[in-house]
Design a protein around this ligand. Structure first.
Ligand code: F6R
Length: 606
């Protein structure tokens, strides 16, 4: 988390860095800052709060210079004050940093013992002091960096600007991502290629453990204490046109409406255009896989829960789904020849990355289902299945989830065919159902008035329950997560069958209960739960299809009737109403759906 940027250009650096930071604000928005060089001296502006606060500071007091660094922060060490905002300056050195320097306390103690005074609570400031002292002692900035890198532990990325060095940036990457952009007589660095999209599409991705020296003429990459390495230049697939909100109020709204394309593009990538069949990617293509272990975080974990149903029922493969943050700290037992699937939008969630490394160390082969092809998890996995949702900026994941579910479902069908568990006839039906989803999802988007009316109630509730059974259970969990993260209304997702084991005590006329109930093999049981809620005065909000509405709908106002689809693909469709209910509730409450408090996208701390 935290977004970092650096620029060596011939133009004023501050406006273009502010623009790049806007595309990185999804990574954190507690405070922001810029530093530039003019006449050999460092100049800095910082502000607490969102980037708009820094915009105002810079508008009132413009920053000169054509080279600089910038930062948007998600606080780890120290509250989000101006003093803790980056860049941190010590003498001639300005640093912007993402991640955590784990041994900073020890380094700080040593510096303090030498009489250094600190002006912030951050771990970052030690990097600025250590480099500044080395440079003052006569080392070149590059030599100072080479000496520093082996002394740091943790998962981090940082960029350094040095007073008097107008044509130099130093950049380092340990786990946290960093992309270098090459322009015509210009060089840039950013937390991702999306930040740099309007500046250049010529990208050099640093590998874990790399550090680099940037000049306007190009970049040199090193490892450890200065061993040079070659890193290939690539053309980024992200264009400037992909990174705006268009006519939508929020990225989240735009991305929810992009789901028909996200599903269609993912299917096109997964299904062979000639045969219409999905090919099973390595390492899932091995015969007799004893077990699939899915590791993920947050919404991606819920996509994994749906995948378990599909892998078990369509392909008969034993599947476990693990929260990456728990998996990596347990003594997990995994079978020989097992496959671990990491599912992640960003490909950078540190918990998921560490789970991948742990599974690898335990002899598992790794498949990544990932939306960012150049991400760390994509590069560290044995096989990659790309979701094609396009860049996602809203902090709450939406279209990437639809793409993940689509990829998982197509994969389970292909596995079922490959091991003979699924008949070709049923496989064709299911592939047709998937192919029909972009249209069905498009139809589900068009109940705006109904969603707004229900969202009005949700926005006013103190607690909301979401219930679902079988394949609808992960959607209930997802609905609750979406609502709580963007509206701050407390919500819980439960397996509908669990209601009687506890949550039923919460039900009264003040607690809306959102029930996800397509007519599927679990429907009759869920119908009983609907009656139980209504019998206790609970307010049921029913998400169902025409048959379900006929069987259960009482008040039209609180029933959303979705298109009828094959129950196997229903979770992908039922994502739409839970996302839109949360989105419109956020609009109603006036919370910021794209940048909810305390959150950030791409969580690169543990
Ligand atoms: C919630 C949300 C998060 C992410 C989680 C994993 O709306 O977006 O829960 O799903 O942080 O992120 P990725 O998929 O990038 O690993």
């Amino acid at each position: 988390m935290c977004g970092i940027v650096g620029a060596l250009t011939g133009r004023p650096a501050a406006p273009l860095m502010l623009d790049a930071l806007r595309r990185l604000e999804y990574r954190g928005y507690d405070s922001a800052g810029l530093a530039t060089i003019q006449d050999g001296k460092l100049h800095r502006r910082r502000a607490a709060g969102k980037l708009s606060e820094l915009d105002a500071v810079v508008a009132a007091d413009p920053l000169p210079g054509t080279s600089g660094v910038g930062h948007t922060r998600w606080a780890t060490h120290g509250p989000p004050t101006v003093e803790n905002a980056h860049p941190h300056i010590a003498g001639r050195v300005a640093v912007v940093h993402n991640g955590i320097i784990e041994n900073y306390a020890e380094l700080k103690a040593g510096l303090k013992a030498d009489g250094v005074t600190f002006t912030s609570d951050t771990d970052t400031e030690v990097v600025a002091h250590l480099l500044d002292r080395a440079i003052r002692a006569g080392q070149t900035p590059q030599a100072a960096m080479a000496a520093l890198m082996p002394r740091l532990t943790g998962a981090f990325a940082f960029v350094v600007l040095v007073a008097g060095e107008d044509d130099l940036l130093l950049a380092a990457r340990r786990v946290s991502p960093l992309a270098i952009g090459l322009g015509d007589g210009e060089a840039f660095v950013g937390s991702d290629a999306v930040a740099l999209a309007p500046l250049t599409r010529r990208i050099v991705y640093l590998e874990d453990g790399d550090w680099a020296v940037l000049r306007r003429s190009g970049v040199e990459v090193f490892r450890d204490a200065g061993v040079p390495v070659e890193r290939r230049e690539q053309i980024s697939t992200v264009s400037a046109a992909m990174v705006g909100k268009g006519n939508y109020r929020h990225f989240m709204e735009k991305e929810i409406h992009e789901q028909p394309e996200a599903i269609a593009h993912t299917l096109n990538a997964v299904l062979d255009p000639g045969t219409g069949r999905a090919t099973v990617p390595y390492p899932l293509d091995a015969p007799d896989i004893p077990k699939i272990t899915i590791v993920a975080a947050g919404t991606s974990y819920y996509a994994g829960l749906a995948a378990r149903y599909w892998f078990e029922s369509l392909a008969g493969i034993a599947t476990e789904v693990e929260l990456a943050s728990e998996f990596r700290d347990r003594d997990v037992v995994l079978p020989e020849r097992g496959v671990t699937i990491a599912v992640t939008q960003s490909g950078e969630s540190l918990d998921t990355l560490m789970a991948v490394r742990q599974a690898k160390a335990l002899g598992q082969r790794i498949l990544a289902i990932v939306n960012v092809p150049e991400s760390t998890i994509a590069r560290e996995s044995d096989g990659v299945l790309l979701t094609r949702a396009g860049p996602e900026f809203g902090v709450a994941s939406t279209k990437a989830t639809a793409a993940q579910l689509t990829a998982f479902c197509a994969l389970a069908i292909a596995l079922g065919r490959a091991n003979g568990r699924l008949s070709e006839e049923r496989a064709i039906e299911l592939r047709d159902a998937l192919a029909g989803l972009p249209s069905r999802v498009g139809e589900a988007l068009h109940h705006e008035a109904r969603y707004v009316r229900i969202a009005h109630d949700l926005a006013r509730a103190r607690d909301v329950l979401y219930l679902g059974r079988g394949l609808s259970y992960p959607i209930a969990l997802e609905g609750a997560l979406k609502l709580k993260e963007i509206t701050y209304v407390h919500a819980e997702g439960y397996a509908a069958g669990e209601m009687k084991h506890g949550p039923i005590a919460l039900i009264d006329e003040n607690v809306p209960v959102v029930i996800v109930a397509p007519t599927d093999r679990w429907f009759e049981k869920t119908a009983s739960n609907v009656s139980e809620v209504r019998a206790r005065g609970g307010r049921v909000i029913l998400l169902t299809d025409a048959a379900g509405a006929e069987r259960l709908g009482e008040s039209d106002d609180h029933v959303v009737v979705l298109p009828t689809v094959d129950p196997v693909v229903a979770p992908i469709l039922y994502l739409v109403p839970v996302q839109l209910l949360a989105y419109y509730a956020a609009v109603e409450k006036g919370t910021d759906a794209d940048q909810p408090r305390n959150l950030a996208k791409s969580v690169t701390v543990e």
